[in-house]
Structures are given as structure tokens and as C-alpha cells.
Design a protein around this ligand. Structure first.
Ligand code: SF4
Length: 371
């Protein structure tokens, strides 16, 4: 991307007015432009905006409307749509649209980094390592693509999770910038409470997110209640062990009043014993959290060379019942879109295997939205 060109999604209610002012345009046009752009699924409808020719000219060189395009899109039998979004600055990330049980709604999942350095052994996103952080605008554009995709099937995007590729807490300034744009009533208008940020447990990031006072939810990818099991699945556990991250999540709750989500990917003969369920229940004692038990979605060999397997349906139910018997609020979260490589990072991984070149920079995206 031409470094002189700034994408509109990388600007906010402070930087766009300043840019307009620098070019002799009324800063107050920023609100009009944003309102129109976000209401119109990420493209400006010039017919509907009353701004001068000088503002229009800025969009011929200084500001671009888009910095991404959908490279691939697959919809599974259960209605889950997975998008591979190519970035003008290079690389491609995954975004997922999941229809809700309500016929008019859908939830979205966005990526925060290109690749991931965390090395979780059961995750496809980390197989090619970390490439770079996404900008706030690149994250916002995934939201816009998802919202337009939802609208195209008669649904409204009503919630968003930062649970795709990457560790959001390691790109927190851009993630916070994206959240502000997505949630703000004069921009994306999704609402703060409709957004959840997920982490493997980067303690300073959890504290910083709480301090940012954004009114969003926190999800902790725990996956095991003890350090020995967890360190094999999530290498970052060696730096931030279970006790520390649960303590940080409790601090987040005290500060924000939000109920936390605990993500627990259930893997056969790894973290699915009665003992694991009992330890998890005791860890949750006095903590307002709900546990999402997610049956493992196979990705082939993990980084360690180990091949993990999904537990039987009966075992998943037994595990959840054990948690509930001990007073834990627990649900099974259905694995969605198995036939479209729906687990974290799988569509991108498939694209890299099919055409190794395509993981690199896609062609410059034209200003007109490809949505
Ligand atoms: S689970 Fe999340 S943090 Fe872990 S490797 Fe995958 S994308 Fe990264």
C-alpha cells in the first residue's frame, strides 16, 4: 500500500478531523463521513453526503476507503461462513460469521494478528509462526466484511469476539483502537457490551484492558486447570501460570463487573478426566464465570508432533455435568463449520498449502469495496 495513503478505517474521531483541518476542510465533516461510511457497510455514498469538492479530492489520493478484500469465502452446512480476508499491506487473516439460533442474528469472530507466536499445540493459526500485528483499521474491516456478509443472508451482526488468529493482548493498542471504532455510536455502533476479547492469559494485557474502561467482556482460554497439563497445550503458561491468570481475570471482574468466559477446549485423554473437571470447578469457586467446553476440532499434528483427538459426545456431556454438579455454570459450545476448516487458522493454513504464494501480499485493493 502506498504509505501516503491512509485507510479511512485507520482514522478515528480525533485523527480524521485533524487530517481534514490540515487540508483546509471543515473538521466537522468527519462525523458525516464516518456516519455514512459505517452505515453503508464500509463505503461512502457520495450522493448522500454534502461535503465540498476539496473533501472528495482527499479520497482520490490521501485517504482510501478500503485496505482489504475477501479472497475466499466458504459456508458450511450449519451456516457458518468463514472469510479469508486479504490485506493490502500483505497477508491474509480469517474472520468467521456464525448464525445465531435466532433467525435474524449472527455473531462474528475477528483476528488480531497475522499468524500467532503463542504456539498453542492444538491450534492451526500458530503453525506458520507470527508475521505481524494488524492495524486497528485492518481489524475494523473484518468487522465490516462480517456485517455485510450477515446482511446478505438477512441477519444482523449483533456480537463480536476477538478469538480468531493471534493473541489480542499482544496487539492491545490496535485492538483497543478497533474496539473504539466498532462500538462507537457514530462509527460501527455495535455497542461495547457486544464485544468479547479473548486471551491465553497475558496478565499485563488483562490488567491494561480493564484499565481502558471499555465495558467489554473478557474470555480466558484456559484449557486446563493445572500447570502441568496446561503448559503442554499453551506454552505461555510457563510465563503466566494458571493461578496468576485466574487472579488477573478476577481483578478484571472486580474492576468491570463483567462475568468472564472460560474457554476450555476438551481433548481426549489430555484434559478431559474427572480430576480435571474437579480441579476446574475448584478454580472457579467464588468467581462469576461461565465455562464454555469446546470439543476439540482436529487440525492434524500439533507443533509437538502429537495428534490430538476429540472426546466422545458422551464424555463431553459427562465433563460438563461434573462441572455443573459442583455449581459451575457450564455449556458445551458446538464446534461450528467443521466442513469449512472452522477451527482457528485452518482456512488460511489450507490456502497456504494449496498456493504457498497466496499467504504473501495480495494485490493492492481497489478503493471500491469488494463486499
Ligand atoms: S489458540 Fe489463539 S493464542 Fe493460541 S496459537 Fe491459536 S491463535 Fe494463538
Amino acid at each position: 500500500m502506498n504509505t501516503r495513503v491512509t485507510a479511512l478505517t485507520d482514522l478515528d474521531l480525533e485523527s480524521l478531523p485533524a487530517l481534514l483541518k490540515r487540508h483546509g476542510c471543515p473538521p466537522s465533516h468527519a462525523r458525516t463521513l464516518f456516519r455514512n461510511f459505517y452505515d453503508n457497510s464500509g463505503s461512502l455514498d457520495w450522493q448522500a453526503i454534502e461535503v465540498g469538492a476539496r473533501v472528495r479530492r482527499l479520497f482520490d489520493g490521501e485517504i482510501s476507503q478500503r485496505q482489504s478484500t475477501i479472497l475466499r469465502s466458504h459456508t458450511s452446512g450449519d451456516g457458518t461462513t468463514k472469510l479469508l480476508v486479504g490485506m493490502a499491506n500483505g497477508g491474509a487473516v480469517e474472520s468467521v460469521l456464525m448464525p445465531s439460533h435466532r433467525p435474524d442474528r449472527a455473531a462474528g469472530c475477528v483476528s488480531s494478528q497475522l499468524g500467532c507466536a503463542m504456539g498453542c499445540d492444538f491450534c492451526a493459526s500458530t503453525k506458520n509462526g507470527f508475521e505481524r500485528n494488524l492495524s486497528a483499521g485492518e481489524i475494523v474491516e473484518q468487522f465490516l466484511h462480517l456485517r455485510a456478509t450477515a446482511a446478505s443472508i438477512g441477519r444482523r451482526l449483533t456480537s463480536l469476539v476477538f478469538m480468531g488468529m493471534g493473541e489480542p493482548m499482544l496487539n492491545l493498542p490496535e485492538v483497543i483502537g478497533a474496539i473504539r471504532r466498532i462500538a462507537h455510536g457514530q462509527m460501527g455502533s455495535l455497542g461495547w457490551r457486544q464485544i468479547t476479547v479473548s486471551t491465553v492469559g497475558i496478565v499485563p494485557g488483562i490488567d491494561a484492558l480493564a484499565e481502558a474502561n471499555l465495558n467489554v467482556h473478557l474470555a480466558l482460554s484456559l484449557h486446563a486447570p493445572d500447570d502441568e497439563t496446561r503448559a503442554k497445550l499453551v506454552p505461555m503458561n510457563r510465563r503466566y501460570p494458571v493461578a496468576l491468570i485466574v487472579e488477573a481475570a478476577r481483578r478484571f471482574q472486580e474492576r468491570t463487573g463483567r462475568i468472564c468466559t472460560i474457554e476450555y477446549c476438551l481433548i481426549r485423554d489430555v484434559n478431559d478426566t474427572d480430576d480435571h473437571a474437579r480441579q476446574l470447578a475448584s478454580l472457579m469457586s467464588g468467581f462469576r464465570a461461565h465455562v464454555n467446553v469446546i470439543p476439540y476440532n482436529p487440525i492434524g499434528l500439533g507443533l509437538s508432533g502429537r495428534e490430538y483427538r476429540r472426546p466422545s459426545y458422551e464424555r463431553v456431556i459427562e465433563f460438563v455435568d461434573l462441572l455443573r454438579d459442583q455449581g459451575v455454570v457450564a455449556h458445551v459450545r458446538a464446534t461450528r463449520g467443521d466442513d469449512v476448516n472452522a477451527a482457528c487458522g485452518q482456512l488460511r493454513q489450507a490456502q497456504l498449502v494449496e498456493s504457498p504464494q497466496s499467504g504473501g501480499p495480495p494485490p493492492r485493493v481497489a478503493q471500491a469495496s469488494s463486499l
